[in-house]
Design a protein around this ligand. Sequence first.
Ligand code: PMP
Length: 337
Amino acid sequence: MWKKNILETIGNTPMIQLNKITKDLPCTVLAKVEYFNPGNSIKDRMALKMLEVAEKEGRIQPGGTIIECTSGNTGMGLALAACVKGYKCIFTTTDKQSKEKFDILKAVGAEVIVCPTNVEPEDPRSYYSVARRLAREIPNSFHVNQYDNLANRDAHYETTGPEIWEQTEGKITHLVVATGTGGTIVGTGKFLKEKNPDIQIWAVDPFGSLLKKYHDTGTLDASEVYPYISEGIGEDFIPQNYDMSVIDHFEKVTDKDGALMARRISKEEGIFVGYSAGNALKGILQLKDRLKKDDLVVVIFHDHGSRYVGKVYNDQWMMERGFMDVKTVKDIVNSRP
Ligand code: PMP
């Protein structure tokens, strides 16, 4: 038996119990480890779904060009699908993202355009605006728009949600997700709540993102928006994939705590995760008092640590941001094996 192409390996990722970092919690925590997808992230699921829907609706023709704003993971999923299906890819991204992510996208045949981070979304230089302009200018192109394309959350309603329900034999009590476009938490959460409305859906948001404030108060408060370091999560606008009624609670986690926790997950559990997995697990630890003995918490680990070796996993990078104490030269020399 074999797979007909790489896209058939998307989904059905393992769920792995956490044993060390969570030992002071009263309950069991299971990680849905999404780096087992072929593009090493959960975004393979929605990338494939968004393309399948676009093909069905006749919005992209053979040989066409896929255009998207992506920090890397969605781009990887789209690029893999584009290889198999015969499309070109152009991605716009921001200068905040890891260089490793751009290089990986180029390795699988995509063109990457890097845009400034600290400009308004409406600014013609923003990665949103550049993608929109390219979509207007390039014939037979399809602007995927993962933020407002509802096939994003549908992918998780159709795959991630049912997998978690089956893997926990319906015993899940809490789903915890570090959230960006909202696709993962809304799609997965909606499916699970339909199965059991008592399941708590908790979102984790970085400081500098306006998602929590919008969820809690319904207001779009510009003072909430400022630059932050966490990658792939938080927003400065509300993507259409959000249905805030699915989310019971939003928890803020600092960039520093998320980064330190990602490093602990890799070192203590042997699961080499990306940055946002740290944010998500830190969120659970912050909410310890709300958890009980028989709870079964599922946390999504969105992607793989290899994309962060120059950042979260680089001591110098961590020290420059005040995330780790500045070591003396002697300490660094002594720490070498
Ligand atoms: N973590 C990482 C590393 C991501 O790339 C993303 C996607 N932006 C998320 C979390 C958040 O997922 P979603 O966009 O489905 O909310």
